[in-house]
Design a binder for this molecule. Sequence first.
Ligand code: ME8
Length: 609
Amino acid sequence: MKKFFITTAIDYPSSSPHLGHAYEKICADVIARFKRLKGFDVHFSTGTDEHGLKIQRSAERAGVPPQEFVDRVSSEFRRMCDELRISYNDFIRTTERRHFKTVRELIEKIDRNGDIYKGTYEGFYCAECETFYSEAELVDRKCPVHGTETEWVSEECFFFRMGKYKERIVEHIKKNPEFIEPESRKNEILKRLEAPLKDLCISRTDFEWGIPLPMDRRHLLYVWIDALINYITTAGYPDEQFSKRWPPDLHLIGKDISWHHCVIWTSLLFSLGLPLPKKIFVHGFITYRGEKLSKSKGVVLDPFYFIHTYSSDALRYFLIRETSFGQDGTFSEEALCSRLNEELVSTLGNFVHRVLTFTWNHFGGKAPAGEVDSKIETEVKSRIEEVERLLEGLKLGQALERAMSIAKLGNEYFQSTRPWEAVKTEPKRAADCILTCLNLVKTLSVILMPFLPSASEKIAEMLRLGVLDLESAKRFDLRPGHAISKPSILFKKARHPSPPLNPVSLEEFSKFDLRIGEVQKAERVPGSEKMLKLEVKLHHDLRTVMAGIGKSYSPEQLIGKKVVLLVNLKKKRVMGVESEGMILAAGDDEGELSLLTVDKPVKDGTKVR
Ligand code: ME8
């Protein structure tokens, strides 16, 4: 079996994961799942980068010991991967024993090779990206990546002789055009390599949270060296499996860390005498309203919110389909919602549901005795081959578009063959159509697996099929008589998020007279499930208020409740009753409502401000 070893960056668990982290893991997962479908023995690693100044400071701010801090935050990263259905084989944490062992052995080896020496470092350091900068690299004396203040460092440290590998690195990049992709990123690296390559400071003595150097335990290893070595640890070093897995076929990383991988990592591997990765693919950034995601700027997109609101498949679909892999991509909840409703619900979900319910209702849940349409079979085979080519070339968005075009083709074919009419007049034509469509659905369950694992599994279950490989997706071999399960819905339509309203001034807000009142009486309004007629006591008057909360509250539950009432709303007749205000509740029209109330005793009639 051919092997495929793919890695993502390991994330800093200095704060909760954001959508950029999710994006990278999803892209890697699409590739890993595709390779498995093609029969490769895949090792897919991801994890967290847990040492260094940035983590130490985050733990201090949280007031907990660093180990306790990283245990907690790393588990959030892992949960994010699990909820996104990331099919990693190893979730590596750099605070694990196995990693310490590898790091120590390899540092000793580099030292024995004569590539480590003691000296004095003077320069700038950005703790946000854990990177050293020369004065010339700073922008307005700030970090060129984060725009934050850097720190002046002047201390005795150990150096790695990175400079001596410069010519070999340049030669390797030039001789192997597929080593760094996309091309623009490769050119950036080559351009930077035109300047002299300095040796790298690889130790610090002014913090505590890291791996001590074997040759002098007062020095802690520079966190990037510690982090990069994770790829060797996860490959199983020094066990036998290491030699089978090494080198990585693909390192997937973001554009801010290409130098660390293409230059620092490459020179470390040269020093260690290990083969280089076959490819470093540099992806772009997910941005929001034109801004970088950044906790300090308050631009944080929480992946859990999108997974729980729209499903992990919908988020995966959106991020892959909306971006061009290798370039930056813009996130918008509105656009996510549209793609879910228009493409996953109306195209894919609709096609699968139509075919399976038709089979269930008209053919007793079994594939009918018909013949498959060979033109459709040939067309689907060629589209799958196209998806395969695009995925091999890491054109993830285009590959997904082509895979979804098979569902579109299915809908068009179903619509033009009109089996709902043919079943009465030309039963053979209806049987041919449904058998062809069932095979199309089978194809989709396989080809969509890398992108939409949950939906694909659900389709395969409804078709009562086991795990299939890519070759089987190209064959229309689902035969007459094959029994399916009762169909169910694949994707639910989502409501569009409410757009933010125009800003209001305090003066405008103060026009709303909101008061606390107590519900004295409550009764249902005949003929309506939703409407309740309430009597609400304010300071010295009693208001009759009609409230559409009858599906979430019974009249009995409301007696004695303190509610928030808009008292200066114009009077309005509702179902024959004059309503003198409106009570406030959270939720939408159709879902569960929750009344706004107060959490301390407050006199009736008190103003809400
Ligand atoms: O750099 N969009 O960790 P990290 C897309 N620990 N990707 C993004 C992104 C965004 N908005 N923001 C960050 C580190 N990333 C190191 C890696 S590897 C040996 C050590 C990507 O948590 C970023 O480019 O800052 C990187 O690939 C990954 O998320 C982790 O970033």
